[in-house]
Structure formats: structure tokens, C-alpha cells
Design a protein around this ligand. Sequence first.
Ligand code: CP
Ligand code: NVA
Length: 310
Amino acid sequence: MKQTPRHFLRFNDLSADEVHAVLRRAAVLKREQHAGTRHPTLAGKTLGMVFEKSSTRTRVSFEAGIFQLGGTGLFLSPRDTQLGRGEPVEDTARVFSEMIDLVMIRAYDHAMVETFAEYSSIPVINALTDDHHPCQILADIQCFQEHVGAIEGKTVAWVGDGNNMAASWMDAASLLNFNLVLCGPEGYDPAPELLAEHAANVRIERDPAKAVAGAHCVTTDVWASMGQEDEQAKREADFAEYQVTEALLDLADDAVIFLHCLPAHRGEEISETLIDDPRSRVFDEAGNRLHAQKALMEFLVLGEAFPETV
Ligand code: CP
Ligand code: NVA
């Protein structure tokens, strides 16, 4: 068995210092990528990319990212692999560990990714489960730092479903010590144990106007996540009072930014025109998926040879 690998299944699998080191490196990689400077730090390495669910940003950012680092990405759909025919995750993890250098997994069940990591001797990255989406929050924090500044002590307002994105924002709030206000209808709060875990940094506010007051970032996500399509109509009714609009942003801090992990449903969780508002940074945010994950892959694979000091 090789040395025990580091994994990134929840946002707080990294320490605060490690998050800052990864994001400093992400900023360097972003500058180099935009300048056309090559950085083949993972030359010869192979990333396995397991997708049980659809994806645009995550697939493109990981596949382009590993290529830009000098490595290769393998897109692995359960439909075409033995995973989809019932081969145990435990066996698949051990087989991958013999052949490739790291793996990212987008799955329904968070426990599947945990089991994979338990049996893996290569780093495992959670590329979204029903419970967490930590890679997105890395990119979001990078965006916040670029447009607002250090996030420590600031306030982020989450207006929407208490879903996987909200859970990863909660992990980040405690780790990086900022305030997170969660605002959605009753019945859609994150799990009580997660709320208890993060009670010092996270509070619930049912009134959107009060939730965004003083916020430096307002953010949301779809009302029905992947796997919840049959709840769409009920959720549209239940969340009707929680649409994020330009008028709602007017009630936040003067320098507020708006973030959304995308894909967005215009006319549902956001107004038709919000993405085009100058306070919206959603395309910078999407672009940062590339840079933040390249730095994360370097961090997990290179270990002590990671170019940024932790
Ligand atoms: N934000 C995000 O993860 O997008 P995709 O589902 O397109 O990967
Ligand atoms: N909460 C959404 C995020 C998509 C990137 C979902 O899980 O479908």
C-alpha cells in the first residue's frame, strides 16, 4: 500500500492555511494560463473522472485542467464501466489505485465517495454529491477574494435551498471564519447536525430582505437539484418568495457581488436579468473552477513538492 493519500470530499478536509495556499497558487496558475505560460507540473499523471450525473463546468474544468498541467483525463461514465453493472466501489477504488494518479467523482450518494476514498491509495476529489460541492466553493472563495477581498469576518447570504452548495458554504464559513446567513422557506433547511456543527458562523433568517442586509456576497442555486426533478413544481411554489433580484441586491452592502454556481434558471431562483447585472460575477466564478481545481490537483498529488508554502 502506498502512503495514505489526502482527499477532498468536504471543504474542511483542507485546513484554512491549506485553502489559502491552494488559492494563492490558483491565482498564479490563472495569470500564467492567461499569459500563455505553460505549467506542466503534473506531466505524465492521469486523472480518472467518474460522472454519475450530468456536468458542463466540472467536466470541462477538470479535463482541460489536467491537460494544461501536462497530464491526461479519463472520462468514465458508469454507463460504460463495470461500476454501472454492480462492480463494488471498493474494488474499483483499488483497481484505479494501481493504474492512475488521482480521481474525481460526481455521484448521488456521498457515502459512495467516502467508501471509494477509504479503499483508494490515490487522492479522491468530490466533484459534487447530493450532500456537498466543495470544488465549487473553492472557486467561489477565489472569486470573493478577487472582487471583495479577504473573506474572514465578512458576510455571505445564501438565499435558496439548503442543498449541497449550502452545506459546502457552511463548511467554509466555519473553516475561514466568516458569517453565513441561510434564507429559505421552512422545510428546506440543511440537516440539523450540520447546523449544529456550524452554529457559531451560520444562522437562519426567513426574510430575504433581512438576510441580505450588510451582505458582501449574495448567492443562490437552483431550487430543484439533480435527482429532485420530480419535486420541481412543489419547489417552485414553496420558493416563490425567495427569488434573487436586482432589488434584493440593492439591500445588501454597496460593494456586494452576486454568485451562482450555474446552471441557473432565469425567472426561477433569479430574475431574468440578474446574471447581466454588473454586480454578478458568475462567469468569473465559473472560470475559477479551472484555476482552483488545477491548484487543488497539484496540492493533492505533489504533496511536499506543491509550489506554494502552506
Ligand atoms: N457548477 C457546476 O458544478 O456545474 P456543472 O454541473 O455544469 O458541472
Ligand atoms: N445543487 C445543484 C448544483 C449543480 C452544480 C445540483 O446538485 O444539481
